[in-house]
Design a protein. Structure first.
Length: 308
């Protein structure tokens, strides 16, 4: 099994702002690769360079062995792209948008496929209305359906589920899984770590222009064990006293405190003993394994409440 995508020493600046500062990764044929990063970290910039929409300053990109910079025409027929912002024609109906793409791709037998996609994305009812009457989520779904019409071998999805309701998100995840089963290679960007955890064979975390960490979800998590202890209390006052004493991240809604323990027995014991000595009653305590979220926030810097 070879690589469907190869990226070597990629760099891109906008005036004097170096957005991508030498990134490297491969996507094995038939795998799902998720690029993670905060707003403005360069995910869309990377996708655009990989899909011939933006010229890199430096580096090499190969799609199915074809050079994206010099073999543009050939490369463009290898993949399909769903950009971050819906690219549907407002005047046409949903169905007409799909048919248009089918015709642009020189497909002949597309009627059934168009119907299937409209049904799968729950757009049958709205299919014959102009898309200017669609909600944001409906446009997003149509946009995704449009990129699936030609049965692409490689699919680029830039934040495919942003703005979708939970049901539509679940539908899309299901579709992505079945595309993978059919042998399609998928490169996606996402802000939802759960999405990466659910779908991706390999993830990469983009931070300050570089890839801070990449590997399978399991490998990435192993890299940073950060197990925590979650304690809950009866009321806000007890919670506040506990937080004052042992630190950690406070969740006011759940009246809970999350303390990093790195799974060290000594640390867990010390926290519990400290609370007991101060006569603070703990309602429940649970040990929590680190998630991809923990790893992500560790790397990009916790921009939330932060630990004390
Ligand atoms: N054409 C451009 N001209 C100047 N700066 C740009 C241009 N395109 C992107 N940038 C800058 O490059 C950085 C990365 O943008 P990019 O859109 O790639 O981020 P992103 O990771 O996709 O963010 P988001 O999660 O918000 O979609 C940002 O600081 C952005 O302002
Ligand atoms: Mg983006």
């Amino acid at each position: 099994m070879g690589n469907a995508i190869e990226v070597v020493d990629l760099e891109k600046s906008f005036s004097d702002h170096k957005v991508i500062d030498g990134i490297n990764f491969n996507v094995a044929s038939g795998n799902i690769f998720a690029l993670l990063g905060t707003n403005g970290s360069g995910k869309t910039t990377t996708v655009k360079m990989m899909t011939t929409l933006l010229k890199p300053d430096k580096g090499e990109i190969k799609i199915d062995g074809l050079d994206v910079l010099t073999q543009i025409g050939e490369v463009q027929s290898e993949f399909s792209l769903t950009g971050q912002f819906a690219a549907v024609d407002e005047v046409l109906t949903g169905r007409e948008n799909l048919v248009l793409i089918a015709k642009l791709r020189h497909l002949t037998d597309y009627k059934q496929k168009v119907d299937e996609l409209l049904t799968e994305f729950d757009l049958q009812e709205a299919a014959d209305r102009p898309t200017q009457t669609y909600s944001g989520g409906m446009r997003r779904k149509l946009d995704l359906a449009m990129s699936l019409i030609g049965a692409p071998r490689i699919l680029f999805l830039d934040e495919p589920t942003t703005g979708l309701d939970p049901q539509a998100r679940a539908t899309l995840w299901q579709m992505i899984r079945s595309l993978k089963k059919a042998g399609v290679t998928i490169f996606l960007t996402t802000q939802y770590l759960e999405e990466a955890e659910q779908l991706a064979d390999t993830v990469a975390i983009l931070n300050r222009g570089k890839i801070a960490l990449q590997g399978t979800v399991a490998e990435v998590k192993k890299h940073l064990p950060k197990e925590t202890l979650e304690l809950t209390f009866a009321d806000e006052e007890t919670l506040a006293r506990a937080a004052e004493l042992v630190g950690g991240k406070v969740n006011h809604e759940e009246l809970s405190l999350v303390v990093t323990t790195n799974n060290e027995v000594a640390r867990i014991t010390a926290v519990l003993a400290q609370l007991q000595e101060a006569n603070i009653t703990i309602l429940t305590f649970t040990q929590k394994q680190s998630t991809l979220d923990d790893v992500f926030f560790y790397i990009v810097g916790d921009q939330g409440e932060g630990e004390k």
